[in-house]
Design a protein around this ligand. Sequence first.
Ligand SMILES: Nc1ncnc2c1ncn2[C@@H]1O[C@H](COP(=O)(O)OP(=O)(O)OP(=O)(O)O)[C@@H](O)[C@H]1O
Length: 465
Amino acid sequence: AAPPEAFAAAASPRRPQAAGEYGSLGALDVLPIDVLAQILRLLGPADAARSTAVCRAWRLLASDNGLWAFFLRLGPDPWELVVFAETHLGAGPALHPGLYYDSSPQLSFKHVYTRRAVVPGSIIVDGGSGYCKYGWSKYAAPSGRCATFLEFGNIESPMYARLRHFLSTIYTRMQVKPSTQPIIVVLPLCHSDDTESARASRKQYRDTLYSVLFDMNVPAVCSVDQAVLALYAAKRTSGIVVNIGFNATSIVPIFQGRVMHEIGVETVGQGALKLTGFLKELMQQRNITFESLYTVRTIKEKLCYVAADYEAEKRKDTQASCEVDGEGWFTLSEERFKTAEILFQPQIGGVRAMGLHKAVSLCMDHCYISEVFGDDNWYKTVVLSGGSSCLPGLSERLEKELRELLPAHISEGIRVIPPPFGIDSAWFGAKMISNVSTFTEAWCIKKKQFRQKTRRNGPSFVNVW
Ligand SMILES: Nc1ncnc2c1ncn2[C@@H]1O[C@H](COP(=O)(O)OP(=O)(O)OP(=O)(O)O)[C@@H](O)[C@H]1O
């Protein structure tokens, strides 16, 4: 998404050519404005901010948007992500993230910088159905990963007990007290239908999650759907997210940050586990021995890819080898691309499921028919997410298949984007939100608000978060 006009214009407004245009700076009036700007850049953000207290002329000079865009660019987050987050996500989830700053042409980068600097760090927990990633929003990547089921306690226990066990385990692993900072919880893709019971299940999950966290004294909680976060990570608020999950693949239409359950979330019953299982079968057929499924998973991650054209690939020499720690070298040929081909041709792996391209095209058809938004193209961006979507060649192949399958009026302009942050796209989407200048007030619910509103409205109110 290109930066909205207001933001772009604010980044490079017409700047005064001489110091005098700001008012008198005393003896410094003789200096060219570019030299003054350079001095402020060298001073750094703290002193530049302090200098605004000197007089009106200094305030104007040191509040220049170009100066603060420069400081923002020096920060840890890539500039384009900062622009996207501040313009599209600043209003929070309740107001669908459009162009937040459109109504605010006076956007002050100094204000944005200052607010971002004081946003508290958050704990981010992405408890996937297979693997959990957790960490600190100020860090560059998740600090820990583990198999989710290990942390979930007894599967038979009630949801409250399981969530409490899970979240307590994560806090213990991170050696953090729950009461010290906000948390962002990535909501799993489940109960995705548009039925009464699915809606009730989603609501119940959120209600329980908030209760657990506030009982643990967490000061503020933000929860967002996994697919929505993956979309944000790709700097989009509308599109279709294809999440190849642990057990299943979900095709999720999202418009302005909201999952369009009413259009329909397609689910295909195969995911990462099936891919690993199929490679295991193929290796056994060739009498390749290995110690565990973990070995097969590692080989899959190192050698497998998606063929651009399956039949043509079969005629090529595709042999390649990789080393697995403690087990030596493994060599694969056709298995390298046959494994992932079951995403498009499930029957090869003996799976009765819809091919990925067919499921995505069905979803696009539904989006096209829905025609509710006066925007014909919102669903034409497809963002891949989930560990298995890191398979090389997947985005190109899916785009090619979609172009062949769909009528021109739908396929024109489609684009399939590889997972923007590899296996951690949803985690990075959460990181982007947690660093936005309005994070605490726009995205979080605090314990007091939660308790007051549940008392007043009953538990269902949390649906708006
Ligand atoms: N580079 C890669 N190539 C292929 N597969 C990969 C790669 N990296 C990770 N994976 C696979 O991704 C799977 C884990 O995916 P992920 O972490 O998205 O699961 P999850 O979050 O538990 O899934 P869900 O979306 O169902 O909650 C593992 O099977 C792993 O082998």
